[in-house]
Design a protein around this ligand. Structure first.
Ligand SMILES: Cc1ncc(COP(=O)(O)O)c(C=O)c1O
Length: 402
């Protein structure tokens, strides 16, 4: 099949949810991908924060093929035990915050958030959920209802009842809405889709204390920040945040669709048979891949590596901001979750396009920004190559605007 045929078929047979880029990706290797015509691109989006150890990594290939030759899905699924799932659970127990002792697997991040909102209501007997403005928690009706961005919510009314929003990074605002009806507060440690917004030091610790004092559960959504994306294994790993639920997806299995939620022993003690389930619930194939990916992150000390690259990336972004004042208005980032905010949406769109003309994928986010979130094992030279192209793209766009 050639590019034009692929595009024609997809355009004819998929609903029009995306303004698609007319490039048909055929294969990948590490941080590079190739289109059907053989053109090579640098992927600074890692498939939207998913291919955390790069495309077609040998560890993933081995896990997939070995497990595919054994078993993909158990008889009676979740009713039977799986050594591959058990092995993954034991590994997760080593890396999750110590109070989060139990894990259940889903197929996506939205599904994990959806499940924990449902379970928080059951466990507390309360029904209000507090979320933050600009947050993103998924596209199911309950997670869209918890998402603090009008474009993802308003056209789907009536939404799920009982959700309210407070500004992110505002403790007084949370305190003012916490009452005896609030089942849970759901929050990202760093807002990803919202434009890589990093809260003040200690914000989430305070939120967790306020929740505890109010008898509300804290749901920490680490779908985007988890598995070393921001440096530590989880964004809350080295903090005193006491989450009741922590949700995961994206980087957990390096591109194989998998999500999960972790729950404290205390909250899990209030859950019962029949409260949740699912057809797959951590099928052996997904678990084998996740195990391989997480092992790779640990064995290669990717956490420390990401922290090192963060220094370089922030330095480059700062240099660009100083070169183009008034055009590149703000930079933000933690680990390899990076954001450059431009004066307006048209500039961000042109920079994104110019990067692509130079065969580099970045992600235009929140209109006026671009997000850079490559594979976590990207080589320093490859990241330099990416920034060189971003720099050329900005330079060209700035010249155009003069
Ligand atoms: C913080 C956060 N939560 C939830 C989701 C939804 O995850 P999924 O697309 O796997 O359903 C996303 C996706 O971008 C996300 O960034």
């Amino acid at each position: 099949m050639g590019t034009s045929e692929t595009i024609a078929i997809e355009n004819a047979h998929m609903p029009p949810f995306f303004n698609k880029i007319p490039i048909s990706i055929d294969r990948g290797d590490g941080v590079y991908v190739w289109d059907e015509d053989g053109n090579k691109y640098l992927d600074l989006t890692s498939g939207w924060g998913v291919t955390s150890i790069g495309h077609a990594h040998p560890a993933i290939q081995t896990a997939l093929t070995e497990q595919a030759a054994r078993i993909l899905q158990n008889p009676n699924s979740g009713l039977t035990y799986s050594p591959v799932r058990a092995r993954l659970l034991a590994l997760l127990a080593d890396i999750l915050p110590a109070n989060l002792t139990r894990v259940f697997f889903t197929n996506s991040g939205a599904e994990a958030n959806d499940a924990v909102i449902k379970l928080a209501r059951k466990v507390t007997g309360r029904h209000y959920v507090v979320a933050t403005e600009r947050s993103f928690h998924g596209r199911t009706i309950s997670t869209a209802s918890a998402t603090g961005q009008a474009k993802h919510r308003e056209k789907f009314r009536p939404l799920m009842p009982g959700y309210s929003f407070v500004p992110f990074d505002d403790l007084d605002a949370i305190q003012s809405v916490l009452n005896a009806d609030v089942a849970a507060v759901i929050v990202e440690p760093i807002q990803g889709e919202g434009g890589v917004r990093i809260p003040s030091e200690g914000y989430l610790e305070h939120v967790s204390r306020l929740c505890r004092a109010n008898g509300s559960l804290l749901i920490v959504d680490e779908v985007q920040t988890g598995f070393c994306r921001t440096g530590p294994m989880f964004a809350i790993s080295e903090t005193k945040v006491r989450a009741d639920f922590l949700t995961m997806a994206k980087g957990i299995a390096g591109g194989f669709p998998l999500g999960a939620f972790a729950v404290s022993e205390e909250v899990s003690g209030k859950l019962e048979v029949g409260d949740h389930g699912g057809t797959y619930c951590g099928n052996p194939l997904a678990c084998a891949v996740a195990y391989a990916v997480i092992r790779y992150l640990i064995d290669n000390n990717i956490s420390a590596y990401v922290a090192k690259l963060e220094q370089y990336a922030l330095g480059e972004m700062l240099r660009l901001k100083e070169m183009y004042p008034g055009v590149l208005t703000e930079i933000r980032g933690k680990g390899l979750l990076l954001f450059m905010e431009f004066r307006d949406e048209a500039i961000a769109a042109r920079v994104t396009d110019e990067c692509l003309c130079r065969k580099v994928f970045v992600r235009q986010t929140q209109g006026n920004g671009i997000r850079i979130f490559p594979a976590l094992n990207i080589e320093h030279e490859q990241l330099m190559e990416g920034f060189a192209v971003i720099s050329q793209a900005i330079e060209l766009v700035v010249k155009e605007k003069r």
